[in-house]
Design a protein around this ligand. Structure first.
Ligand SMILES: *Cc1c(COP(=O)(O)O)cnc(C)c1O
Length: 423
């Protein structure tokens, strides 16, 4: 089935919901097992079924199944935020004493999480240049557990050298994690390019109208094979004392062990679980994801073309532009050569950037992206404010950089709004 069909039908049988066309919201904390034996069998994974809504919920099941299908993955697990998805993906691979290698061009929250917070858990982050990935191999050692990057980075709108990253990762049997929030599965499927795990902030395009905070982790069809018998990931191949000695590798023929381990340990213990209501809202978002992302992209291209020819603009980062060095790659690899609704441009200095933010009328000064309403952001003073000057320089975010998340308004109105604000 094609993505549009999967997004509207996959993973839900209306017969199981009293014929309800809309996926029901199962607003419940717990489930009636009916017998002591059933309860024991569910906990022992001998019988599949709902256990407790911190771990599983039928509404979340549908959202997870649809995202997995859209990403051409084997399984997915939802989380209460994109940040939780990133944390779970990494914490499921690395532990104290390990290191991870992260791209220099990632979301500000991912930088603080992966370089500062996770450091306090004893996991060191090493930064590589994802544009070329030339330095990637030199950063790897026996304790390297993950390589993390974004497929379309927020806010530089850069695209990593994916082929090289996958090649190096496979050479050393290291798991790759790609944050596909901005590209969305509509435009790009990292798992089909050899990436092992995809993460999303579902709060953005998947939610679509800025309604819910959520995240999701998706694992590839081949991930079990990469983990089983791999010395780097001993915790998948030795007994898990926290789950009565379960060896994940032993049940790899039945389960996707990566998402299963997140569910049985990290979600169980940390509890960053998505709410059924938010999962339901995301299911509505998925149904229109494909048409929305295409419209966002078309609008963004028109705005990018306007900015490119504006005398006050030093440069525009938008891979959908013919003039972008990334345009050939986008045309060859992204659906319809489309490049999402996110773009950024440089007006030289902070003062000019601030005056534009203060003058726009249709654009809202907000730090979200992927909303149907257009958004303007100054990353250096907001999303990336906690980064040091050195970190900002390394990520390529100067004081004059403005990020736009182009919504679903008419592009003509957005262009005149910017034109007025830039006078
Ligand atoms: C927003 C965002 C996140 C974090 O997601 P939340 O849902 O806000 O926790 C992670 N990665 C990218 C690329 C994002 O844009």
């Amino acid at each position: 089935m094609q993505k549009e069909t999967l997004a509207t039908h996959f993973g839900y049988n209306s017969k199981e919901g009293f014929g309800s066309m809309a996926v029901p919201i199962y607003q419940t904390t717990a489930y009636d097992f009916g017998s002591c034996e059933t309860a024991a069998n569910r906990f022992a994974l001998k019988e599949l079924g709902q256990i407790y809504s911190r771990l599983t919920n039928p509404t979340l099941d549908v959202f997870e199944a649809r995202v997995a299908a859209l990403e051409a993955g084997r399984a997915a697990i939802s989380t209460s935020s994109g940040q939780a998805a990133t944390f779970f993906a990494i914490a499921n691979l690395a532990e104290a004493g390990d290191n991870i290698i992260i791209s220099n061009k990632i979301y500000g929250g991912s930088t603080t999480l992966l370089t500062h917070t996770i450091k306090r858990f004893g996991i060191e982050a090493r930064v590589f240049d994802s544009d070329t990935a030339e330095d990637l191999e030199s950063l790897i050692d026996a304790n390297t557990k993950a390589i993390f990057f974004e497929t379309l980075s927020n806010p530089q709108i850069a695209i990593p050298n994916l082929e090289k990253i996958v090649e190096v990762a496979n050479k050393y049997n290291i798991v790759t994690v790609a944050d596909n929030t901005v590209a969305t599965p509509v435009l790009f499927n990292p798992l089909l390019k050899g990436v092992d795990i995809v993460t999303h902030s579902a709060s953005k395009y998947m939610s679509g109208q800025g309604l819910s905070i959520a995240g999701v982790v998706v694992s590839s069809e081949g991930l079990n094979d990469k983990l089983v018998g791999n010395d780097r990931y001993e915790h998948f191949n030795t007994p898990d004392e926290s789950y009565h000695g379960l060896v994940y590798a032993d049940i790899a023929s039945v389960f996707d062990i990566f998402t299963l381990r997140i569910r049985l340990t990290l979600l169980r213990d940390i509890g960053a679980t998505l709410s059924p209501f938010n999962a339901w809202q995301l299911i509505q978002g998925l149904e229109t994801l494909s048409i929305r992302v295409k419209e966002h992209s078309k609008n963004a291209l028109e705005v990018a073309k306007f900015l490119e020819n504006h005398p006050k603009v030093k440069s525009v980062n938008y891979p959908g532009l013919e003039s972008s060095p990334l345009n050939q790659y986008v045309k060859a690899n992204f659906t319809g050569g489309l490049a999402s609704g996110l773009l950024s441009f440089d007006v030289g200095d902070k003062e000019t950037a601030a005056s534009i933010l203060n003058k726009v009328k249709i654009f809202s000064v907000v730090v979200n992206i992927g909303d149907s309403k257009s958004i303007i952001t100054h990353p250096a003073s907001t999303t990336h404010q906690q980064l040091s000057d050195e970190e900002l320089k390394a990520t390529g975010i100067g004081g004059g950089l403005i990020r736009l998340s182009i919504g679903l308004e008419n592009a003509k109105d957005l262009i005149s709004d910017l034109e007025e604000a830039m006078k």
